[in-house]
Design a binder for this molecule. Structure first.
Ligand SMILES: Nc1ncnc2c1ncn2[C@@H]1O[C@H](COP(=O)(O)OP(=O)(O)OP(=O)(O)O)[C@@H](O)[C@H]1O
Length: 523
């Protein structure tokens, strides 16, 4: 039983006793005035019994006691002119207090800078932002540095007494709006020189989803890791502040635009996974779109919301990204074979002349060069390229047409094209396929073939160490520049396990809740 229930019960008993007391006294008085019948005599006898009397006497004793909580005595040294001083007593265990302090450089006053959501100070409801700290455990803080005060606090355990002058009311500042963000960079407060209090900071890793608890401070937000065990919020740099820092860093450290050093492999695959089963050259297409890293995209936080595809709703687009030769085609092929009714790929467009054995809309959509150029102009292609005087490209409409058939559209693109696909319409689920170590590549790719284009013919050749090195460094570059856009990273070591990991993840995409950019859930 808790103490408040006990108190309520005692109070109830006392009330009953009081009532009984009055009743008994009245009854006794009344009975004295009546002719003494046998019943009255017996009743008077009962009322004068010791246990009835002692019950009444217990009541008197208990009723005189005070059951209000006892407050610690006020310290004697409070100035008379010091109005509205609060004496706060908190019991502190090993958990940090969850408040940060700052010193006003002009007045020297130490005030509470912020209260961490869910921390001990927040839960107590007694300390507020703006309160001026006067004493800690009887030690005046005037003239002390915040570090010294933090030292006093961190050394104290058990009851801590604070003397504070309440600050101005800060009602209505708290932002109860639930905001979730996916973080697009790694952060460690220990390495952040700007954070006002490292102990209050929270480390996170790229890809974590955070619940932002407070944005009251424009520079330092409070957040906690969604699904994490820690109920207390930690300090994180605000979006605006982090973006400014990134921009500054880029200005100072990187005046050269980062050119993707990649073979002009361009649009190689999107046009190749065909019903033809025929492979074309790795370096057949040159991508016409910008391959430069877009420095305007500063990856900090992306607001996200949970999304679960409703039964029967359109499927999300599945996009595979990875370096040449890593096995994107192989994985797509296995998915198609595993369930041809469920998975499909786009049919590319080309301006080249149709060959005899080909049919329009099967291998390619054959269109004129003039029309192709008009479509480029009208942004109809997600990627396009030119080879031997003919255009090849993947149109947005070809993706739409697969999705409209209620199939899962499998697409592979260069990472820089991802941003054009990241729309509420496509809701892409992006899988980055990564090569394993060079040793494992040598072991697993013994029979692997690269198809190269010599003269006018396809010819296959085994993969060399140089191909493996190139694959690894291209993957590294992609990861450095675009990993914030990846939903899943699969290492294509053993093909069977890479495929089963992919298959399982795609099943979950269709049935389970995933975090997606919040704008995708508004449509
Ligand atoms: N995990 C694996 N183990 C062994 N061989 C593999 C594995 N993954 C792919 N391969 C083989 O490696 C070769 C290249 O694979 P694939 O054509 O799928 O690469 P890709 O990523 O589509 O590259 P590109 O688009 O340049 O052709 C193929 O011969 C394929 O069978």
């Amino acid at each position: 039983m808790d103490s408040s229930t006990t108190l309520t019960r005692i109070k109830l008993l006392l009330k009953m006793n009081e009532f009984l007391d009055i009743v008994l006294n009245r009854v006794s008085e009344e009975l004295q005035t009546k002719p003494l019948s046998a019943d009255i005599t017996e009743l008077l006898k009962l009322l004068s019994k010791p246990h009835v009397k002692s019950l009444l006497s217990v009541h008197d004793t208990v009723a005189q006691k005070s059951y209000d909580p006892e407050l610690p005595p006020l310290p004697d040294n409070i100035d008379d002119d010091e109005d509205s001083v609060k004496i706060i007593r908190l019991v502190k265990n090993k958990e940090p207090l969850g408040a940060t302090i700052k010193k006003d450089e002009k007045t020297g006053a130490i005030t509470i800078a912020r209260i961490m959501k869910g921390g001990a100070a927040d839960r107590s409801g007694l300390i507020h932002v703006g309160d001026e700290l006067k004493e800690v455990n009887g030690i005046p803080v005037e003239g002390k540095k915040p570090e010294d005060i933090i030292q006093i606090l961190s050394q104290s355990e058990g009851a801590i007494t604070f003397k504070v002058v309440p600050g101005p009311e800060t009602e209505g500042l708290s932002n109860e709006h639930k905001m979730y963000v996916k973080v697009l960079f790694d952060y460690d407060p220990e390495e952040d020189k700007a954070i006002p209090c490292k102990e209050a900071g929270m480390a996170f890793k790229k890809g974590d989803v955070l619940r932002v608890m407070s944005q009251e401070d424009a520079t330092w937000w409070q957040a906690k890791i969604e699904g994490g065990a820690n109920p207390r919020a930690g300090l994180i740099p605000s979006k605006h502040f982090q973006e400014r820092r990134f921009a500054l860093r880029q200005q100072t450290s990187n005046t050269q635009p980062q050119k993707v050093s990649r073979k002009p492999s361009g649009l190689r695959r999107s046009f190749r996974l065909s019903k033809r089963g025929k492979k074309t050259n790795k370096s057949m297409y040159e991508c016409k779109k910008s391959e430069q890293y877009d420095t305007a995209d500063v990856p900090t936080y992306e607001e996200v919301a949970p999304y679960c595809r409703a039964h029967g709703a359109k499927h999300r687009l599945v996009v595979l990204v990875g370096p040449t030769g890593v096995g994107l085609n192989e994985l797509k092929r296995k998915l198609l074979i595993s369930d041809p009714q469920h998975f499909s790929v786009t049919i590319p467009h080309t301006s080249r002349v149709k060959r005899n054995q080909e049919s329009d809309g099967v291998e390619y959509h054959f269109i004129s060069k003039h029309l192709f150029e008009a479509d480029i102009h009208n942004n109809k292609f997600i990627e396009y390229g030119e080879y031997k005087g003919s255009y090849y490209g993947t149109s947005l409409d070809s993706i739409r047409s697969v999705i409209a058939k209620n199939k899962v559209c499998l697409l592979d693109v260069q990472p820089h094209s991802l941003k054009h696909l990241r729309t509420a319409e496509f809701k892409p689920y992006v899988v980055f396929v990564k090569p394993p170590s060079i040793e494992r590549l040598r072991e697993t790719r013994k029979n692997a073939q690269m198809i190269s284009w010599k003269g006018d013919k396809d010819s296959s050749k085994p993969l060399t160490d140089e191909d493996f090195q190139e694959m690894i460094s291209a993957a590294q570059l992609m990861e450095n520049q675009s990993s914030h856009l990846f939903d899943l990273v699969i290492v294509n070591d053993e093909l069977a396990s890479a495929f089963s990991e992919l298959r399982q993840a795609l099943r979950k995409v269709e049935t389970e809740t995933h975090w997606v950019p919040v704008s995708w859930t508004h449509s």
